[in-house]
Design a protein around this ligand. Structure first.
Ligand code: PEP
Length: 252
């Protein structure tokens, strides 16, 4: 019922030629019609990568936006600019932005509303810190982040949103959540969406898992009932590992 969705978050990695090579390699080799994929290069290379993915089944995503239409926001990029560049998706609320750049749920909510108002599809990230998991706060933290980031989003608007559950302790650390641990939180997220938006929206909303997803663990993670895809960081930086994740996920 839910098409798997795998997105590669390149973060602040890969320079011009590397970004172009990776995008070209993915475009040439990706041929699975049952899975949606997106690649999210850094702002500087969106245009070059857009030229390579344009007209293919590989979608383009950005890693952030600023929630104003235009104006005096030095260094920031608007939703309309991302649309001009050919983006379909935008990653919002990534833990690196929450914890390094101190973004809170209210600010992420403004970004989510701005993205949706322009027809961009947010990949909305939520996830707990290690100490929050160890002190039994995972469910509370994820609920607060999810509801705060989705404040005033209607059920119709929710149709544009993908949620990414990314336990912070598993991001870039090589520590992956056990499939059952991830599934438990995904189930809670879906129940929350059902409570807020109704069962139909909950049944169709895709919830990605993110946190050290690799070719070796992709099948087991994506084989869980409520895990509908992956947001991939490190393993999205080479076409071999990114495409192997897709192949293994398809087999799950
Ligand atoms: C991420 O940055 O969203 C991520 C999940 O990174 P990694 O796959 O490297 O843990």
């Amino acid at each position: 019922m839910r098409r798997p969705f795998i997105a590669g978050n390149w973060k602040m990695n890969l320079h011009a030629s590397e970004s172009a090579e990776l995008a070209a390699s993915i475009v040439t080799q990706f041929d699975n019609t049952d899975i949606d994929i997106a690649i999210c290069p850094s702002f500087g290379y969106l245009s070059a990568v857009a030229n390579l993915v344009n007209g293919t089944s590989v979608a383009l995503g950005a890693q952030n936006l600023y929630p104003a239409e235009d104006g005096a926001y030095t260094g920031e990029v608007s939703a309309d600019m991302l649309l001009d560049l050919g983006c379909e998706y935008v990653i919002l609320g990534h833990s690196e932005r929450r914890h390094i750049l101190n973004e809170d749920d209210q600010f992420i909510n403004l970004k989510t509303k701005m993205a949706i108002s322009r027809g961009l599809r947010p990949i909305l990230c939520v996830g707990e810190l290690l100490e929050e998991r160890e002190t039994g706060q995972t469910e509370t933290v994820v609920e607060k982040q999810l509801l705060g980031s989705l404040a005033d989003i209607s059920p119709t608007e929710m149709a544009l949103v993908t949620v990414a559950y990314e336990p912070v302790w598993a991001i870039g650390t090589g520590k992956v959540a056990l499939p059952e641990q991830a599934e438990e939180v995904h189930r809670q997220i879906r129940a929350l969406i059902s409570r807020e938006y109704g069962q139909e929206i909950a049944d169709t909303t895709r919830i990605q898992y993110g946190g050290s997803v690799k070719p070796e663990n992709a099948a087991e993670l994506l084989g869980q009932e409520n895990i509908d895809g992956a947001l991939v960081g490190g393993a999205a930086l080479t076409s071999d590992s990114f495409l192997a994740i897709i192949t293994n996920a398809a087999a799950s």
